[in-house]
Design a protein around this ligand. Structure first.
Ligand SMILES: NC(=O)c1ccc[n+]([C@@H]2O[C@H](COP(=O)([O-])OP(=O)(O)OC[C@H]3O[C@@H](n4cnc5c(N)ncnc54)[C@H](O)[C@@H]3O)[C@@H](O)[C@H]2O)c1
Length: 442
């Protein structure tokens, strides 16, 4: 198949890098988004998300004329759907006393419906959005068949999960192995051919539902493994042990690889995707359900830690370092750090948040500091929530000279407690009972 024109629906963290990479590999690409801000920013030659290297690729794609953006799809050889699949904020399912989240598939439905008038014989449609098992065959296929064309016979249909790491998206898009699941072997073959235009990693054909499960299994495995690390942190505090040191020692075992605990699990993927299994098979997923609950409960564990450090939180001034859900990204979606700030505020604390990747984040109820200095100046305590590289290189003596704070709460094992104590701070660490410092391990 000779692909010439591709239509990419959804120009976010996944769709925009994909659309611009396809365009810089010689294909004509129409990038579609329903958000006027996204279209306007791109039409002005700018980008609306932070991702290393993305600006240069988008600029080159736009300058070549290969990438154009639009509110509407157009006829094309292939359509690629990369729209959000969050869960509903206000709707839940229930099974055996367990309340679980429900996938909000409205964007996938709307994007698929938008393709229908432009679908032609011989076209390929690929869903990339992370989705509950069987979405491709049970939701997307029937909508596309409203065109009068038959999936597998008149057009091809695939599911291909995106597995890139935010911060490394442009490299991983090209280098990672790619799983392409077709509703028929011919669809899979066609999907593989499209990715072969830019993917250098292995491209593996399978069926659509297997490909959907692969993605959910990857993220669910990480969620369950983080949940056990978080439970180990709670146990370590109970038994007077430094969890970071205990994990480091356990991981010396050749077949053990315990992940790191932290303030919780966030982002668009790991904190969301396991619910897609729970929703579609609640009777089979007690472990996945409970792991989600453990990770969702971690912000409350942090709240207790801060209470331990400061006593009553009423009117205490806290500088929160980092709101992103993971280091060195600007993505605040489902971030446990944001929830922790709200929990502290509910207890009467005044929290100033310093997020260097999004200093002007406009989240309801949040007090953003314009600079690190502004965040720490009047603070009683510093709360480290994200291991951003720039936080790791801070000099405690300098911070002490710029701030009234004499208490540090470190939720990510980011700061050497001895250094901070030597600079005059009392240090509290998640997963470490308070008392004389334990040896620092990085
Ligand atoms: N961000 C990641 O690192 C990552 C990794 C793997 C998988 N995924 C999955 O990829 C999908 C997309 O995620 P993302 O991070 O790019 O989301 P995003 O929110 O950054 O971008 C999605 C874009 O789609 C647009 N959109 C919404 N409805 C639309 C419609 N009907 N038609 C056209 N555009 C529409 C939105 O305006 C937005 O710009 C999700 O299912 C996500 O779970 C994301």
């Amino acid at each position: 198949m000779n692909f010439q024109k591709i239509c990419v629906l959804g120009l976010g963290y996944i769709g925009l890098p994909t659309a611009s990479t396809l365009a810089t590999h010689g294909l004509k690409v129409v990038g579609v988004d329903i958000n006027p801000h996204v279209i306007e920013v791109l039409r002005n030659g700018d980008i609306h998300i932070h991702e290393p290297g993305l600006r240069a690729v988008v600029e080159s794609a736009l300058a070549s004329g290969n990438l154009t953006v639009s509110f509407q799809p157009e006829e094309a050889d292939a359509f690629l759907i990369a729209v959000p699949t969050p869960f509903y904020a206000d709707r839940h399912g229930e099974y055996d006393g367990r309340r679980y989240r429900l996938a909000d598939m409205r964007a996938v439905t709307a994007a698929t419906e938008a393709i229908v008038p432009y679908l032609r014989k011989g076209n390929l449609v690929i869903l990339e959005s992370t989705s509950p098992p069987r979405t491709t065959t049970d939701l997307v296929q029937p909508i596309l068949e409203r065109s009068g064309l038959k999936a597998g016979a008149d057009f091809h249909l695939c599911y291909s999960p995106e597995r890139v790491l935010p911060g490394q998206i442009l490299r991983e898009l090209i280098e990672n192995a790619r799983v392409v699941g077709g509703i028929t072997p011919a669809s899979a073959e066609m999907g593989c051919a499209l990715y072969a235009t830019f993917v250098k990693g292995e491209i593996i054909a399978t069926d659509a539902t297997t490909a959907e499960m692969v993605k959910l299994m990857e993220n669910t495995t990480r969620d369950v493994n983080i949940a056990i690390a978080n439970e180990f942190a709670r146990l370590a505090e109970k038994f007077g042990v430094d969890v970071w040191e205990a994990i480091r020692l356990a991981n010396r075992h050749p077949r053990i690889n315990i992940l790191q605990p932290g303030p919780g699990v966030g982002g668009h993927c790991i904190s969301v995707d396991p619910w897609f299994f729970v929703e579609t098979a609640p009777e089979l997923t007690p472990l996945i359900y409970h792991a989600r609950r453990v990770n969702d409960g971690q912000p409350h564990f942090v709240l207790e830690k801060v209470r331990q450090a400061l006593g009553s939180l009423k009117d205490k001034k806290i500088a929160a370092f980092g709101l992103a859900y993971k280091p060195d990204v600007d993505d605040l979606r489902e971030s446990p750090a944001v929830e922790i700030v709200h929990l502290l505020q509910d207890e009467g604390a005044n929290v100033k948040a310093w997020e260097p990747f999004k200093p002007d984040a406009n989240l309801p109820g949040l007090d953003m500091a314009a600079s690190r200095e502004a965040a720490i100046q009047d603070a009683d305590a510093l709360l480290l929530l994200v291991k951003h590289s720039e936080f790791m290189s801070l000099d405690p003596a300098k911070i002490r000279s710029q701030s009234r704070a004499r208490v540090v709460v470190d939720c990510v094992n980011g700061w050497d407690p001895t250094q901070w104590e030597n600079a005059g701070f009392r240090v509290f660490r998640l997963g470490v009972p308070h008392g004389p410092s334990q040896p620092f391990s990085s």
